[in-house]
Ligand binder design. Structure first.
Ligand SMILES: *Cc1c(COP(=O)(O)O)cnc(C)c1O
Length: 349
């Protein structure tokens, strides 16, 4: 007799970073931003009575604010529940070919999970020995391409001409550039949009806007791409964006000064903290993200990870081939990073 168990869609889920419950810990493991959302977001007066109403399924107010912010038209913007939702919708919409989807072997570990979930064939070209993407690996027949820029968890940023080379070689498929960390020093691929109708840029409010808890992500691309994604979204769940998220998201975009100031603070801390790390015997690739991907000359990443954790300092460790001697350390406040340095000094001596 057949069992329902034979027909379950089995998937190996993505493992998010630990969200510890204790107080007084230093949390540098999921690339959250220590500064919190803009004061304008704090001022939003939520009308609880409005929560009886469904939200706007088109997320109109947020789409409009985003289109003004990025100087694109409204039909070039798609909004979703964090960029995870946006990326999943993009996978479902565009990677619907018998040919293989391409993304690096070391990258955001959600990509293979969606590929498995949606039964998308895929291949993962290897980063080179310096953890750089080899663009030539993407100059062959494929069913689509996705990569983060800067890449995660390496933090390595590739220039616009690098991104353009990949686009030029792939006019027949959708190329998704995941710009989760672009605000921390890289140059966005947005200027390439008028030239490439197959480019989809995905962004998030979780990192540079310090709103991971609200779950706001978006994509920008040509109107045909956005329409295709919206059709899929409306065939799945119309009301993805809740009312508070829409209000808070709009306010965040109005406060450019706060946004720039907090991003610059993180960049300054990254530079200072990097120097300190080097003096302790760590090396890491140049990062344009809000984290460093570091390895120590003598002590294993796993040992450091476990010892730091016992001391209430959480960083990210991946028990994964090629990167299991690296730690991904989120850039927090100067005080938090100083505490980590103090701990490392003592632990490594
Ligand atoms: C954090 C992250 C995301 C997902 O962010 P959301 O919180 O879902 O918006 C997507 N891609 C990369 C590379 C990330 O690091």
């Amino acid at each position: 007799m057949a069992s329902w168990k034979d027909y379950v869609r089995r998937v190996e889920p993505y493992t998010p970073g630990e969200q510890p419950k204790e107080d007084n810990i230093i949390k540098l493991n999921t690339n959250e931003n220590p500064y919190g959302p803009s004061p304008l977001v704090r001022k939003v007066q939520e009308n609880i009575d409005d929560l009886r109403l469904y939200p706007d399924p088109t997320a109109g107010a947020l789409v409009e604010q985003l289109s003004a912010y990025h100087q694109v038209s409204k039909n070039q913007v798609f909004v979703g529940v964090g960029s995870d939702d946006v990326l999943a919708m993009a996978f479902l919409t565009f990677f619907n070919s018998d040919r293989k989807l391409l993304f690096p072997d070391i990258t955001y570990s959600f990509y293979p999970v969606w590929a498995e979930l949606f039964r998308i064939p895929y291949e993962q070209p290897k980063l080179d020995a310096d953890f750089r993407i080899c663009k030539e690996d993407y100059y062959r027949e494929n069913g689509g391409i996705v990569f983060p820029n800067p890449n995660a968890p390496t933090g390595i940023y590739e220039t616009l001409s690098f991104v353009e080379d990949i686009l030029e070689h792939n006019p027949g498929v959708v190329v998704v550039v995941d710009e989760a960390y672009i605000d921390f020093g890289g140059e966005s691929a947005l200027p390439l949009l008028p030239k490439y109708d197959n480019l989809l840029i995905v962004r998030t409010f979780s990192k540079s806007r310090s709103m991971a808890g609200l779950r706001i992500g978006y994509a920008i691309g040509n109107p045909e791409l956005i329409k295709a994604m919206s059709d899929v979204k409306y065939s799945y769940n119309s009301y993805t964006m809740n009312r508070p998220s829409l209000l808070y998201g709009v306010e965040s975009l109005k406060d450019e000064a706060y946004f720039q100031a907090t991003v610059q603070k993180i960049i300054r801390t990254r530079t200072w903290f990097g120097k300190e790390l080097r003096t302790l015997g760590f090396t890491f690739p140049d990062s344009k993200a809000n984290f460093l991907f570091a390895t120590h000359e003598r002590v294993s990443a796993k040992e450091i990870f476990e010892a730091a954790r016992k001391n209430g300092i959480y960083v990210r460790y991946f028990a994964q081939p090629r990167i299991d001697n690296y730690l991904r350390i989120t850039i927090g406040t100067d005080e938090e990073m100083q505490k980590l340095i103090d701990f490392l000094k003592e632990f490594l001596s």
